[in-house]
Design a binder for this molecule. Structure first.
Ligand SMILES: [Zn+2]
Length: 112
């Protein structure tokens, strides 16, 4: 990740790379200490909270739970040294990984 100690705020629009840098800047020391296993446990806890919020229906809390899940996923990518924007572009940038179309035509029974 690129660090710029003089920059303390993030400028919109937020990109996936920008989010990854933002989370890295805020939490990298704690995240490195916690490691992938501990961070994965936090992601699973947040996914449980998102499930509960979805079950409750629309609320102020729902959007925050999505933000938490995304932030913890980004955190694990940071600890594992994965460039998420590159990974997403490599996998989905040229269409569905299954059928290679921009509008998926895979059979409904298949995963994509
Ligand atoms: Zn497809």
């Amino acid at each position: 990740m690129n660090h710029n100690p003089s920059t303390t705020e993030y400028h919109q629009p937020l990109t996936l790379s920008g989010l990854q840098e933002l989370i890295d800047k805020m939490y990298s020391q704690k995240d490195e200490a916690r490691g992938i296993d501990g961070t994965f446990m936090w992601l699973m806890e947040e996914i449980g909270e998102l499930a509960a919020a979805l079950r409750e229906g629309p609320s102020e809390n729902l959007a925050k739970e999505f933000a938490d899940v995304l932030a913890w996923l980004v955190t694990i990518a940071n600890v594992a040294n994965v460039d998420l924007e590159q990974a997403v572009m490599d996998k989905y940038g040229n269409g569905c990984p299954g059928c290679k179309k921009m509008i998926c035509v895979c059979d409904s029974a298949e995963k994509p």
